[in-house]
Write a protein that binds this ligand. Structure first.
Ligand SMILES: Cc1ncc(COP(=O)(O)O)c(C=O)c1O
Length: 368
């Protein structure tokens, strides 16, 4: 079966994990520190930290933006579950907005329709790694959280997505462009907020161990300074070790992802039944996290099943959140609902061979 998402590990990844194991220390340590330092240099900001998942990064980001309880957070419905869960877990109210049919991204106009006197923040998602048009969204004047889970290699005028607003998050889970098993990253514009998050990722402990001892005249290094209730959100040093190597290999892997994405763009250019994704602008870079096509609704499910029978896995990212009963949404979001009926993500990752990519394109074109 050809998988729809995938990650690639080289001998260097394996060696890094083995080295970590041989050091007999797998908890947070020098590998996480090294990755954080490299990622900070890449972002051009010190205010970045690794955590154990993108989902927890979303939770921490909303928590430390310190929004008023009961405030509304406007977010796309066409995104991953964690985005809405993070809102609810912070005592805030998710307000789902639509996305553009062709970019699958939110726009300032679509967000503006949802603004009320309770609006506390806006969450945007750079879908597939195509940068959201941030300037008009920032101009709306609300705190903005950027979900760059798909967008680790996406830039606008040389600046990485994730640092345009007040907070940004990344995911390094097992299917992302940097894949470490489970892992995430968080950035804040303001230093105090990242410091607060660092305390929270370790059970809300401000000082610990020897740090505590050096601040304590009695030298009792076993005493902690617990500042806030929170669970543990620390990444392990195995994940840190993988993250360092995955970041190093990112340019090579991105070249492969782009080559496949370009191949599909050409292969489907003359297939009337396929709407291909929008390319990024000349001043932007794309992360090519996933390849999303739109096909006639009447044929989408049959196409997915046909591909499955041919050994090709496809999926839909995402089943719109506002259609899930738990969120009790009464919103009508025509574009998200249309994408739910017509959309299909087909395989895109650096493990695919040229023959597999060709087979996927030919199978889709022949079927349609
Ligand atoms: C858009 C988006 N945001 C957040 C997340 C959560 O990341 P994680 O899986 O690392 O918790 C994901 C994961 O797929 C995602 O796709």
């Amino acid at each position: 079966m050809i998988s729809v998402f995938g990650s690639k590990y080289t001998q260097e990844d394996i060696d890094a994990v083995v080295q970590c194991l041989e050091s007999n220390w797998t908890g947070i340590g020098k590998n996480v520190t090294a990755f954080e330092q490299q990622f900070r240099e890449r972002l051009g900001s010190e205010h970045f930290m690794m955590v154990d998942s993108g989902s927890n990064a979303l939770y921490l980001a909303l928590k430390n933006l310190q929004l008023p309880k009961g405030g509304e957070v406007i977010l796309p419905s066409f995104t991953w579950v964690s985005c809405a869960q993070a809102v609810l877990l912070n005592g805030l109210v998710p307000v789902f907005c639509d996305v553009d049919l062709y970019t699958q991204n939110v726009t300032a106009e679509l967000i503006a329709e949802k603004i009320s006197n309770k609006t506390a923040a806006i969450m945007v998602v750079h879908y597939a790694g195509l940068p959201v048009d941030m300037a008009p969204i920032l101009a709306l004047g609300y705190p903005v959280l950027e979900d760059a889970a798909h967008a680790v290699d996406s830039t606008v005028d040389g600046t990485y997505c994730g640092v345009f607003g007040d907070a940004g998050i990344w995911s390094f889970d097992s299917v992302k462009n940097i894949a470490v098993g489970e892992g995430g990253g968080i950035w804040f514009k303001e230093k105090e907020r990242i410091d607060q998050s660092r305390m929270m990722r370790y059970c809300g402990i401000g000082f610990s161990g020897f740090q505590a001892a050096s601040n304590n005249n009695d030298g009792n290094w076993w005493e902690y300074d617990i500042q806030q209730p929170n669970v543990k959100m620390l990444p392990s040093d195995i994940e840190g070790a993988l993250a360092v190597v995955q970041l190093k290999h990112l340019p090579v892997n991105q070249q492969r992802r782009k080559a496949i994405w370009d191949y599909y763009q050409q292969a489907f250019a003359n297939t009337a039944a396929v709407t291909i994704p929008v390319a990024c602008k000349p001043n932007e870079t794309h992360s090519y996290f996933t390849y999303f096509i739109q096909v006639p609704a009447a044929r989408r499910n049959a196409l997915a099943k046909h591909l499955y029978e041919k050994g090709i896995y496809s999926t839909l990212r995402y089943h719109p959140l506002h259609l899930n009963a738990i969120y009790q949404s009464t919103a009508s979001l025509p574009n998200s609902e249309q994408l739910n009926a017509t959309g299909l993500n087909i395989p895109l990752h650096q493990n695919l061979t040229d023959e597999q990519v060709e087979l996927i394109a030919v199978t889709i074109n022949d079927f349609l």
